[in-house]
Every structure is written in C-alpha cells, then in structure tokens.
Ligand binder design. Structure first.
Ligand code: KIV
Length: 245
C-alpha cells in the first residue's frame, strides 16, 4: 500500500461492537490499543491495564471481526522486564487470539533487543514513537520532537526500529515535517496520529473520533458529538417512561 500510495487506515477497538464498527467502516487494520485502559476501563492513563485484561479485550475484538487483521498493544511492564518475559507476553496474543502481531512503544536499546527477538521468533512488531503514553510520567502528553536535537534522536530511533524488523511505525503527536521526512526515508509504512497528513496512513482512537471520550486529545478531533447525542437519546428514553396502569 505504501508503494502504491494507497492511504492505510487503522482504528482502535476495545470490544466486539467497536470491532464491528471499525470493520464496517472498511479499515485496513484494527488496533487493540492499550488506550482501552482509558476508553473502556475508566483509568486516567494506559499504565494500569494488565496483560490479562488486554488479552480478554483482544479476544472480544477478535470475535467482532470477520476478515480485518488485528494488532494488539503490549501493555506497560509486559515487555520492559527482559526479552524472555516480552516473548512470553507477545506469544500469548499470538496463541490466544488471531492477531497479526503486536505493537510496543519506544526504541531504547533494551526495547530494540526485545523487538529483534520477537521478529526473529516469527512475531510481527509495529513500533510507536513520539508521544508514547506509557512514558506519561516522564514525558507528559505534550508534543514530542519539537527541537532539532530531539528530531535527530527520533529520526535515528525510527531507523533503528526499521533495522530491528518492525513492519510499520506509529508516529504520535510530532511535527508534520518530521513525519513527512520519515515517510520518505523509511521503507516501512508510517502511520500518524497528530503527525499531519504526510504519512502513509492514519490511526485514530475510535472513541475519540466518535466524540465519546470525556477528554478529547488536541490533535484528534471528533467527527460528531457522540457523548451528547447518546446521553440525550437515553435521557429521552428515561423521560418517555409511563407509569403502569
Ligand atoms: O493505544 C492506542 O490506542 C494507541 C494509538 C493512539 C495509536 O497506541
């Protein structure tokens, strides 16, 4: 698709119903993002979601899909405690769901080691750079790579991820020009969110696109006021109830 300049569309899903919405929209790939910690489980960050919870939601998403490939996020601490544990965690997604591969954040030397190990073991890996929500305690939710030094670092890391064998790379909340440079320099497709239009594809958190989340990220606008529409419709139903005879 990159070579043919066909834009790649990716939407997140957290259960069977959201998976069906994404598939009906005709997306190329469904991501079981760890954003489900915030979207579906009520946490304020992605940090608390467990491997077991991710596996349970991935299985539900899987049941909602008939043909769209699915990639699952490895949650915080499932791949940061050594390559053996990362391999075991990633292997569970492959064995217990029909996922195509896994996504993980960052490109520190130990993360690159994990990625190489997974790829060598036959597990496709999607990378994720820029705003990496699992590092929120250190980086916050602000735009990343805003100065030339940080941009050089991110460029280097992206190349290292490609060398380690990633099949695609998510770029979150970085300058458009940097994403465009990476699209041109890398063979793998770059999938942006808050990274401008000059990417090979775009990914969105479906709940953000539908206006269902309480806090809308500044770089991902809603297509409709979903929360308001849903709550007004439900309020109407409550108000329509009549006392029994
Ligand atoms: O968890 C997630 O939904 C993600 C997307 C923002 C790419 O990683």
């Amino acid at each position: 698709m990159k070579q043919e300049r066909v834009p790649i569309s990716v939407l997140t899903a957290w259960d069977a119903m959201s998976a069906q919405w994404a598939e009906a929209a005709g997306v190329d790939l469904v991501l079981v993002g760890d954003s489900l910690a915030m979207v579906a489980l009520g946490h304020t960050t992605t940090l608390p979601v467990t491997l077991e919870a991710m596996l349970q939601h991935a299985a539900a998403v899987d049941r909602g899909l008939t043909h769209t490939p699915m990639v699952c996020d490895l949650p915080f601490l499932s791949y940061q405690c050594g390559a053996d544990r990362a391999m075991a965690a990633a292997g569970r997604f492959i064995k217990e769901t029909n996922c195509l591969g896994v996504k993980l954040e960052g490109a520190e030397p130990e993360t690159l080691e994990v990625i190489s190990r997974l790829v060598r073991s036959g597990i496709p890996v999607m990378g994720h750079l820029g705003l990496t929500p699992q590092s929120v305690r250190q980086l916050g939710y602000r735009r990343q790579a805003t100065d030339p030094v940080a941009q050089e670092r991110l460029l280097g890391k992206a190349h290292e991820l490609e060398q380690a064998g990633c099949f695609a790379l998510v770029l979150e909340h970085i300058p458009d020009t940097l994403a465009g440079q990476l699209r041109r320099e890398l063979q793998l497709p770059v999938i942006g969110i808050g990274a401008g239009n000059n990417c090979d594809g775009q990914v969105r958190v479906t709940a953000d696109l539908l206006g269902l989340t309480a806090a809308q990220p500044p770089f991902s606008s809603a297509l409709l006021p979903g929360r308001q529409l849903f709550s007004e419709a439900l309020k109407g139903w409550v108000a329509s109830l009549q006392p029994g005879e």
